[in-house]
Write a protein that binds this ligand. Structure first.
Ligand SMILES: *Cc1c(COP(=O)(O)O)cnc(C)c1O
Length: 342
């Protein structure tokens, strides 16, 4: 029998998500979740939404959330698209903007999902080892992904660099701002001014809603309308819409958990540097912990001590581990093990 799936799918490796261990025995510092719970008002709003109207489809464009997000971020509702997580928005974006064989470019190291999504789309991947998105200008790409702040290294990308890139390419520039609330380098102020820019945000990290699956994209109204054509008809559930509106209504809870995470991040970075690790400044809710060729051993000894971090067995990333900023108590346990392993 012929394979049931296409040759392209048969050849895919597929995305390897960070481990989600069951049972809660490990301190989980591997997938950049927020250690603090979301606003209590979200659970109330979701319960209310569950009690009324679940038999009905949601608004196809998540209108209530779109309007709330527009007023919150200072754009027009037509400039907002909601997604089932920002990962879905990235995938919508490739579905809409690239044909098989078109180029998609990004600097490396970066979020490893970009490569998977490109392979699914049949795009030609152009990976440029660099930390400057200006190096994507001459790639001839239809789409350039800029992970801002970068994962796993944590550096932010100034809006001026993104604006310059958008001005120099004949294609779409995506500023993937999953961690931007932990830093200060958003390109969202360019929406409406730069027609080939898409700014992507998520509720998963700063808003503590990874389990709800909710993301937003901001762009020129014309581009948002094109992207909407290729999304699933009802891609965001009534429960997720309610959660997102309540999260924006209680913005203060997010801001205060971000402030705690940032303070912990700076404390932990300082201790690691004193202990001889090479830790670059981070604008995100994680640290890159450089330790030369001992990275895999560090990962293993942390794991044996009950702390799960992320080790990437990939080109350019074997010299360190990425640790998510957890509670102070969790980070103290991490520090104890990491400093003993040095
Ligand atoms: C976590 C993350 C996302 C995905 O966010 P979801 O909204 O949970 O799908 C997208 N991009 C980057 C760089 C991320 O780290």
């Amino acid at each position: 029998m012929k394979p049931l799936v296409t040759d392209r799918v048969g050849a895919l490796a597929g995305y390897t998500p960070g481990e989600q261990p069951r049972g809660g025995r490990l301190i989980k510092l591997n997938t950049n979740e927020n250690p603090y719970p979301p606003s209590g008002r979200i659970a109330e709003a979701v319960a209310r939404a569950a009690g009324e109207g679940l038999e009905l489809y949601p608004s196809a464009m998540a209108d209530e959330l779109r309007e709330r997000a527009a007023s919150h971020y200072g754009v027009r509702a037509e400039q907002v698209l909601a997604g089932n997580g920002s990962d879905e928005i990235l995938s919508i974006c490739l579905r809409a903007c690239v044909d098989v064989g078109d180029r998609v470019a990004y600097t490396t190291p970066t979020y490893s999902l970009y490569r998977t999504l490109c392979e699914i789309a049949g795009a030609e991947v152009v990976e440029v080892p660099s930390r400057f998105c200006a190096d994507l200008a001459d790639t001839g790409a239809r789409v350039c992904f800029v992970c801002n702040p970068n994962s796993p290294l944590g550096y932010g990308v100034p809006a001026a660099e993104i604006e310059a890139l958008a001005g120099s390419v004949d294609g779409l520039v995506v500023s993937d701002e999953a961690y931007v609330d932990f830093g200060d380098t958003s390109a969202i102020g360019l929406v409406g001014k730069v027609p080939n820019l898409l700014v992507v945000r998520t509720f998963s990290k700063s808003f503590s809603l990874a389990g709800a699956r909710l993301g937003l994209a901001f762009a020129d109204a014309g581009l948002i309308a094109e992207l909407a054509k290729v999304k699933d008809s009802y891609n965001v559930s009534r429960l997720a819409i309610a959660a997102g509106v309540a999260a924006l209504d209680d913005h203060e809870t997010m801001v205060s958990s971000v402030a705690r995470v940032r303070a912990t991040r700076e404390r932990v970075a300082g201790r690691l540097r004193e202990g001889g690790y090479d830790v670059p400044d981070s604008s995100a809710n994680f640290l890159w912990v450089g330790c030369g060729d001992g990275a895999r051993d560090l990962y293993q000894s942390l794991r044996q001590g009950g702390v799960l971090v992320r080790y990437f067995d990939a080109e350019g990333l074997r010299g360190g581990v990425r640790v998510t900023i957890g509670t102070d108590e969790h980070m103290d346990r991490f520090l104890e093990l990491a400093l003993a392993a040095r």
